[in-house]
Each structure stands twice: as structure tokens, then as C-alpha cells.
Design a binder for this molecule. Structure first.
Ligand code: DC
Length: 247
């Protein structure tokens, strides 16, 4: 199975009851990667998926897409019920192509739009909303039930796939993570101020770690990988090695 050909087709407005009754996906088929912003989860998870022949699930892209759509539609971001109803009516599609990830909301390609600082800085309005988390977690489980998956996010090992045999908590120092974010922004041609970026990364850490629902934390049975002094290749190798050992 080629990760690049996997497709996440979801119609969030209708989550059938039987999904909830389906057995939790085979725990041997999930690699769960969690960690703070800028730790390199996405690029690492994607390559690990390619090497293992698993599908790749970028759950952050789902929260980003929901946020982008709420902003685009002019929804009051302080009205939690309206946000949840709005997200439930969203048709989201995430496709991994060789050329990169393509995210569409109601048929519109929003791959670049979901990565803007505006969206990034407002996600906390949605990711703290329990009704929205529940909807997206259902979709993530459904994806993992369909195929062997490397999933990355903030609550994969703790909430989405608590029975996963392979859990990684990928961390790095705040400065290193800020540098990685800065590099990504340069690549996308986005302007940034390093100190502001560092403060934003730190702020997002605090928001993810201190929220009431599904806070970011290392699962007790997760393998802690601090990539501060590791190259990307070394990080990928370490995750693949761990996956091969425990799966
Ligand atoms: O990984 P990312 O930066 O694309 O994630 C965007 C935001 O989504 C992040 O600030 C926290 C939130 N998120 C979450 O709450 N739970 C997840 N499983 C994934 C992301």
C-alpha cells in the first residue's frame, strides 16, 4: 500500500451509529505520533508512512480546514454551538499526492489557505470545542480502521488510538521548533519575525497542553523522542526502527 495514494473522504454531517460500534482498529496497524507544534511530526510521519507502506493521516490539517471554513463563512468563532454545527456540515477531503497534500473543503482546494498565520492563530477557538473534537476523532478512527495508518496530532496516542502498540511523542526544544517553523514559512514565501514566531509557538504549546479536552501530553506507553539534536533522517530512522520493534 502506498501512502501517497491514500485518500480520506469524509462527510462529517453524517456519522453513522455503527462506526461507534465497530471494533477499535487493529492496534498493531497504527503508528501514533504526538507532540508540540514544530516538532516535525508531519514531515516525519509522512516519510515513516511511506517506508512502512502505511497510509498517512495529518489530523492537524482537519482542525485547520474546519477553522479556515468557519472564518471563510463568517461564523462567530466565540459561538461554540454554531462552530460545531458548521463543522458537522463540512465535506472534507484530504489526499496525499506525490506532489504534496491536497486538502479540499466542499470541493475547494484550501491546501495553502489552511497554513496561513491567521488560521494557525485561531485554531484554538475550535480545537478546544468538545463537539468538534468528537466529530473529527470519529473520522480519524474511521480512517485508521480502513487501513494501516501513521497518524500524527496532539491526542492520537491518548484519545484517538489509545490501544495503538506504537506510540511516539516527538519533541524538540522551543528554539529548534521555532527554527523549523521559520524554515517552513520561508519555503512558502510567508513573512515572519523570529521572536514573534517563537512567542506564537510557545503560546500554542500552552493552549494545547492546558486545554480541558484532550490536552497534549505524552501517553504513558509512548516512546519519547527528542529530536532537538537529530537530523530529519535520523528522526525518521528512529521512528521506523521503533515501529518495527513493537509492531
Ligand atoms: O499540527 P498542526 O500545527 O497542523 O495542528 C494545528 C492545530 O490543530 C494545533 O494547534 C492543535 C490542533 N490539533 C489538535 O488539537 N489535535 C490534533 N490531533 C491535531 C491538531
Amino acid at each position: 500500500m502506498i501512502a501517497g495514494s491514500q485518500r480520506l473522504d469524509v462527510v462529517a454531517e453524517f456519522i453513522p451509529r455503527y462506526w461507534k460500534k465497530m471494533p477499535m482498529s487493529d492496534a498493531t496497524q497504527i503508528v501514533a505520533i504526538d507532540g508540540p507544534a514544530g516538532a516535525g511530526k508531519s514531515t516525519t510521519a509522512k516519510e515513516v508512512a511511506r517506508r512502512l507502506g502505511f497510509a498517512f493521516l495529518d489530523t492537524g490539517a482537519m482542525y485547520r480546514a474546519a477553522t479556515w471554513w468557519a472564518i471563510d463563512q463568517g461564523i462567530n468563532l466565540d459561538d461554540g454551538d454554531a462552530l460545531a454545527a458548521h463543522t458537522a456540515a463540512m465535506t472534507l477531503d484530504i489526499e496525499e499526492r506525490d506532489s504534496g497534500q491536497v486538502v479540499t473543503v466542499n470541493g475547494q482546494d484550501v491546501s495553502a489557505a489552511i497554513r496561513t498565520p491567521e488560521v494557525t492563530n485561531l485554531i484554538y477557538k475550535l480545537d478546544q470545542n468538545s463537539a468538534i473534537r468528537k466529530q473529527l476523532v470519529e473520522l480519524q478512527r474511521r480512517f485508521g480502521e480502513k487501513q494501516p495508518t501513521v497518524a500524527e496530532g496532539r491526542d492520537i496516542g491518548t484519545v484517538v488510538f489509545p490501544k495503538a502498540k506504537c506510540k511516539i511523542y516527538l519533541d524538540a526544544s522551543l528554539d529548534t521548533r521555532t527554527n523549523r517553523r521559520a524554515r517552513q514559512m520561508r519555503k512558502r514565501g510567508q513573512a515572519y519575525d523570529w521572536d514573534t514566531l517563537r512567542a506564537e509557538v510557545h503560546e500554542r504549546d500552552e493552549q494545547s497542553k492546558n486545554r480541558a479536552d484532550s490536552p497534549l501530553r505524552k501517553a504513558d506507553d509512548a516512546f519519547l523522542l527528542d529530536s532537538t539534536d537529530m537530523s530529519w533522517d535520523e528522526t525518521v530512522d528512529a521512528v521506523v526502527r521503533h515501529a518495527q520493534e513493537v509492531l
